[in-house]
Design a protein around this ligand. Sequence first.
Ligand code: FAD
Length: 400
Amino acid sequence: MKNTVEIDIAIIGGGIAGLWLLNRLRQLGLSVILLESKALGAGQTNKSQGIIHGGAKYALQGLLTSASQAVSEMPQVWNDCLKGKGILDLSSVPILSHHQYLWSTGSLASKVAGFFSGMALKGNVRELSRDAYPEIFRNAQFKGQVYSLEEVVLDVHAVTRELVKPNQDVIFKIDQPQDYQIKFDANGRLTSLEIQAEPIEPIQVKAKKYIFAAGAGNEELLSPLKSHGITMQRRALHMVLVKTPFNYPLFAHCLGLGATPRITITTHYTHDGQPVWYMGGQIAEEGVRRDSKEQIQVARKELQELFPWLDFTAAEFATFFVDRAEPLQESGKRPDTCYVKEVENVIAAWPTKLALAPRLADEIAASLQRENINPHAADLRSMRAWPIPALAKPVWDELL
Ligand code: FAD
């Protein structure tokens, strides 16, 4: 006879969405397990730049979209957690930077200044005097303008670790996505979830709700629910890593003419302490048409143009492609906020931004509370033999 685990909630996927949710739902007294097929954070989460957006980035060029409104509460929620006074305790997570800089090149300075005078009134963005510039911009060759934006940048690897720590007893590794046998009925109800991994006995997971928070993995897992309106889109990025021969800890967006920053740089350190600039923004969006060699050439040229006073000759470059996995939008563009869709006993979830994970979890928790799911303690003895997934390594430690 097959082993059966009866549980309130089964979460598939151990990125920021699944892990934040796991913590929140256990707080409500629900019995929860989380199944992860690679390493915890191995999808988009450990490739994220760790920026807790409050919407100012989206308001570039004066466009205050609904996206910027949806994320505007997130910095406060995260800051409370980072101080140990929030819904989750993240007080031991290092803050890589308390603010980000926005900078314009000389030719755009006046255009950008006009826009930011409006923003500055809201207290989001502060124009800096030259003597308050970060060291990297205190060079006679820098002709632009620098603004400070009060939004934190986090060590995402540490966030993942903190979310995992209290939950190691309920997180299990599934070796292959094929290790699942999932059946849905015609109404979209999940009727059977069986997991198997030789030589461990197969286990039938019986949950009151199954939450799919598997990022890009949701596409395959939820393909039977397409007719119920759950469809995913991918927006690709070609990110660049640069191990710099100098140490300027930079967290900054270079403003271009479009709504996406020309380049967004965050600074991280490899396990042996080497500084790495991690670069996204327009260069990563447009870079999907380039191979790695071309992308590195473009990145070198861009950096030399933006920082002519620095020498990148000895810098070591690496690039990689990654998809942002999101609910399908008619426009094909970024969704405005997180996505939660419930079909029968299945919930599909995409946070669409790391910063929005708390909001995603709140929406799901509220929906479960409305349904009055009575918490019951689970007996997980039959899962004792299942391995625990490792934490994913930061991407700069994998590639540089
Ligand atoms: P993921 O992090 O992709 O996690 C999904 C997990 O599910 C993975 O661990 C995966 O291994 C697992 N999985 C997949 N298939 C299965 C399966 N069949 N069974 C079990 N497990 C499975 N957002 C911000 O707010 N700020 C930023 O600075 C930022 N920077 C970003 C930079 C990049 C390059 C990218 C790609 C995204 C960035 N984002 C940022 C967006 C943010 O990273 C994502 O929205 C968020 O990490 C998505 O989290 P997730 O948990 O839904 O998915």
